[in-house]
Design a protein around this ligand. Structure first.
Ligand SMILES: *[C@@H]1O[C@H](CO)[C@@H](O)[C@H](O)[C@H]1NC(C)=O
Length: 171
């Protein structure tokens, strides 16, 4: 009634199912989905206002800290300077630091600079540093306590201003 083949099939399905559940390399293997990305930032000693309101989803690899955050649209948020967020923001998260950042640019002197990394001092000194290529721009960490409202703003407006790298070299 119950041929061995079926038993094998069930057994392998079971193995596949349990191994995929336990895979330490799967995204979100450590951070539960009930944590928002803002909580993930806080647990890494970073202010949650680094990302604006409007996060629809995120993925993070707990082993490498590699993450992607999905926003509902690309947009600008005003701090001391204006920041532009792409729809997908990615980077590598470690304690007090985001490296290999992509998807955030900062406006300075009417020009846009891609932000390549963000870090705070550990223990915190209240200062936050934005790596814009050649220099670290300093801000007060208190500016980033609350996720700001992000105003829709397209990249085309952005592109007219040019590639931030060139301007960093000129500055
Ligand atoms: C953002 O990521 C999603 C999912 O990986 C992808 O489908 C989409 O094309 C990406 N959008 C942009 C603008 O890169």
């Amino acid at each position: 009634m119950f041929p061995p083949f079926s038993i094998l099939f069930l057994w392998f399905s079971f193995l596949y199912f349990t191994s995929s559940m336990a895979d330490p390399h799967s995204l979100n293997s450590y951070y539960s989905r009930s944590n928002s990305f803002y909580d993930v930032l806080l647990s890494h000693g970073l202010p949650k206002g680094l990302l604006p309101k409007g996060i629809t989803d995120y993925q993070i690899d707990a082993d490498t800290g590699r993450f992607v955050v999905f926003l509902d649209r690309e947009c600008n948020a005003m701090f001391e300077n204006q920041l532009h967020y792409e729809t997908n923001v990615s980077g590598t998260l470690s304690y007090g630091k985001i490296g290999a950042l992509s998807g955030i640019s900062a406006q300075d002197l009417f020009l846009w600079f891609p932000v390549k990394g963000i870090r705070v001092d550990v223990p915190s000194s209240g200062v936050i540093y934005f790596d814009v290529g050649v220099v670290f721009k300093q801000f007060s960490q208190s500016l980033f306590e609350t996720p700001p409202v992000c105003v829709p703003n397209s990249k085309s407006q952005h592109r007219k201003i040019g590639n931030g790298n060139q301007f960093v070299k000129m500055a």
